[in-house]
Design a protein around this ligand. Sequence first.
Ligand code: PHE
Length: 393
Amino acid sequence: MSQEGIPPLSAYSEAALGKAFAELTSEVDESAKSISSDESIEQFRLHWLGRKQGRLKSISDAWLKSAPLEAKKLIGQRFNDLKNKIEGILAVSDSIPIRYSSGPVLPGVSLSYEPIHAKREQEFRARLDAEGIDITLPGTHRTLGAEHPLIKTMHEMVAVFQRMGYSVGVGPEVETDYYNFESLNFPPGHPARDTQDTLVVANQEGKPLRDRLLMRTHTSPVQIRTMEQQPPPVRIVIPGKVHRNDAADATHSPIFQQIEGLCVDTNITFSDLKGTLDHAMKEYFGSSVKTRFFPSFFPFTEPSADVQISCPFCGGKGCRKCKHSGWIELLGCGMVDPAVFGFVQGKQPAYDPKKISGFAFGMGVDRITMMKYGISDISLLYSGDARFLEQFA
Ligand code: PHE
């Protein structure tokens, strides 16, 4: 690389400048070919970018500084392009080798400088070989997990209540007869127990009935467990898995999910219950959704109600999702029966039904999920089939 003088520019026309810079560009390409070692990179750098004698400095002195004002921009642009090209070559040459197949690596830089790359790649591969890594093997493919649609619904619904100031609790899935039934005002032998048949843990005949273990049939036992742990006021939601001895069909699964709610304080009325659930449904399904309450029965609430919402899909006109009725039943609720507070009072005397009152509700997460996503068979939610679940990722 000899340091030739810079010929004066013959003219400042586009054509003359184009020609002069094209020559310089091919000169850069030519000199890049000699790059084959760290020393030659340095030589290349000095030759072009050296601060005192570099060619760019000479070009700038000879052409740019003395150019008439109008020509400065034209020359400056080309000068910068040339400089970028040189810096690009240096950047690529300095970096760890990668095998470039074809095409420009950096804008304006096509790799014709095989020598250094071949050499560096060799070194690089030797290092990898020494470490015993075969970079040509395909990597381990790990698919990303995603929230199950039931868990997603649960989280979303729980979040609605959290925004209203509710806390979140959980309780055991294997429950005693006492918490699942007796303390919720289902006495032994009471016919209401027949509506919630379940699996019981074997070989417990030696224990008193109240201590025998079973798979909980609802999340309501956590109402009692919560109140035993803390005096009023209580505002809590409890999501969880429950079990029933139901024959499986498109809408019944022996395992399903519920979200329980409990609010206890002074002066809690049925209006609070209605207002809370109406707000929650609007929050979750959209503000145009309406709610309506029907008399119902649960041993642990009095009065009790079933709640329907106007179909969020057809606006109440009737469609497939609401079975053409315009309404969808989503939850059971009611005012906490004073007898239930009676069961808690032994541990927390503040649950005096003369001083406090409360409401409770329980909703089916599966039903909400099926409705929301148009899932017609509940078993899909429990089959663990990735082809089904992937759709919710
Ligand atoms: N636990 C009831 C059920 O599973 C639902 C419910 C909860 C009803 C709370 C009223 C109050 O059917």
